[in-house]
Design a protein around this ligand. Structure first.
Ligand SMILES: C[S@@+](CC[C@H](N)C(=O)[O-])C[C@H]1O[C@@H](n2cnc3c(N)ncnc32)[C@H](O)[C@@H]1O
Length: 265
């Protein structure tokens, strides 16, 4: 519903994870509080900008892979601000009728995304992915997504905001249990590396930013999220190495994103 975001929701003293991410990507859609908090993250994790750019490129590669396999419908959970290379922009050169539902918790990201929607085959749903049933019952999801045909479900750089108690596998399963043969699941998730990182400091930078902290997850746990969706080449790899190994190996970092795309047989 265009224009349902009200200005009183814009509190300039409250940071937003979506706008902090925009700052890492070199965008213009952030405020001072977002820059202050993003700098706190950069102090502890200087490579965050490089990782954010590689992550955005992974999103593009995953969407292209699904579109080239014939998928015409996409659900982007934790979509963030409409930065360059939004899902419909990437999918439509291959699938001109691609339908996309963007979901985010951040009212401002949703308002901006709505303003940029090209047509009614795209929609923005302001919702919390921790309540997947609410998303599945949303009229826009029901209007645009036909679970009888293949769907691409994207959870790109969002599950580290979901704690183990909130159960990422439950959230993913609520969608994938309805998804037809030929459907895609694309994930990128933060994992720890041999380098030390002060997770408490990173979590405090995100405090009040509309998210909770889920933390860093081991590879085996991330792999388990792909149950029923065998990984396509190159498998679950560093986000810099999707779809092919990076020419310039990324600088060592305390946090890496593991990225993979699975397809239901
Ligand atoms: C790091 S950004 C990633 C944006 C985009 N997926 C990408 O990878 O380019 C994380 C996004 O997830 C959103 N988010 C965090 N927790 C969420 C939740 N529980 N429900 C919905 N969105 C959430 C944030 O508002 C933010 O826009």
């Amino acid at each position: 519903m265009p224009g349902d975001w009200r200005p009183q929701e814009l509190d300039l003293s409250v940071p937003s994870a979506a706008r902090m991410y925009d700052y890492y990507l070199g965008g213009k859609d952030h405020f001072e509080i977002d820059r202050i908090r993003a700098q706190q993250v950069i102090e502890n994790f200087p490579q965050v900008r490089e990782v954010a750019r590689a992550n955005r490129a992974f999103l593009g590669a995953a969407v292209r892979a699904a579109a080239e396999a014939g998928v015409e419908q996409f659900i982007d959970l934790g979509a963030g601000l409409p930065t360059q290379g939004h899902v419909h922009e990437v999918a439509r050169p291959t699938q001109p009728d691609a339908r996309v539902v963007y979901v985010d918790l951040d009212p401002i990201a949703c308002a901006q995304a709505r303003a940029l929607l090209p047509d009614d085959a795209t929609a923005v749903v302001h919702a919390d992915i921790r309540s997947p049933e609410v998303i599945l019952e949303d009229p826009e999801v029901q209007r645009l997504i036909d679970f009888g045909s293949p769907v691409a479900l994207l959870l790109i750089s969002v599950l580290h905001f979901i704690s183990d108690e909130e159960d990422p596998a439950r959230i993913i399963g609520a969608f994938t249990q309805r998804m037809a043969s030929g459907s895609f699941l694309a994930l990128s998730v933060a994992t720890s590396t041999a380098q030390e990182v002060d997770v408490d400091k990173l979590s405090s930078a995100y405090r009040g930013a509309g998210t909770s902290a889920g933390g860093l997850r081991p590879r085996e746990q991330i792999e388990s999220y792909f149950e029923g969706f065998p990984l396509l080449p190159p498998g679950l790899v560093d986000v810099h190495d999707w779809p092919t190994p990076a020419a310039d190996p990324p600088a060592p970092a305390p946090i890496r994103l593991l990225a993979g795309v699975g397809r239901r047989p």
